[in-house]
Design a protein around this ligand. Sequence first.
Ligand code: 6PG
Length: 261
Amino acid sequence: MKREIRICSDKEELGLSAGRLIYSLAESSIKKKGSFFLVLSGGKTPERLYRFLARPRPALRIEWKSVYVFWGDERYVPRDRPESNYRMAFDSLLSKVPLPAENIFPIPTQKDSVEESASAYDRTLKQFFKKRNPAGTIPPLPEFDLILLGIGKDGHTASLFPGNPLSGGRGRWVMPVEAPPGYAVHKRITMTLPSINNAIRVIFLVSGEEKREVLEKILMEKALFLEKEKTIHEEKTTSTYPARLVRPRERLILFTDIKLR
Ligand code: 6PG
């Protein structure tokens, strides 16, 4: 897996440069296989990026009819609530581009429980990939072309929090989780770490000095990890930062406006 760090001058440039990369990844994926399976991140950082992607830039226009959009996690709130990751993406991007409604797969949060919401999304993803699997069966894991992720100050990513399970067991692709105290919304639905790691590429979007400490620790820890040559298993049990365990199949790119030392 190729790892890249791209230091941007500010949030604006972070959005622009990540957007340009996403355009080119979408273009090559659509040229190669006729589709682009994109998983959106929640939180605030991606909003500028989504607004950039929504700009009518003819030179960089994405063939939206071939793009399929999913979410890596969602807060268990109605879609019209400001905390909803779907609402942020809809307001900043999905309402502004010609993406067919049938290509948009929000995490359902109107189910009677967060468990039912997670199971429903798990089924939706499995049906989506079964339909596109030449073998006609549900593959072991989903294969997204690109997953966008943020990193929290505690090192969480999507809604995989330190100390919480990182996989739902029993072949689960999506699971319900409880965010730690201090988070606006406790009940959440998240893709599991194995689902994320089966993606071809992941882009981390990390902005703001308040993330410096955790980002440097994650990058430093990775260096320590490489020196100690730990096995992946050991890393899983010893890691305090779920974000550090993200390792997609081909490419991991970090876009940040933090001037790393
Ligand atoms: C969520 C996100 C979460 C987010 C990080 C960073 O639903 O909150 O999926 O993982 O990406 O907390 O959030 P900011 O971009 O707001 O700092």
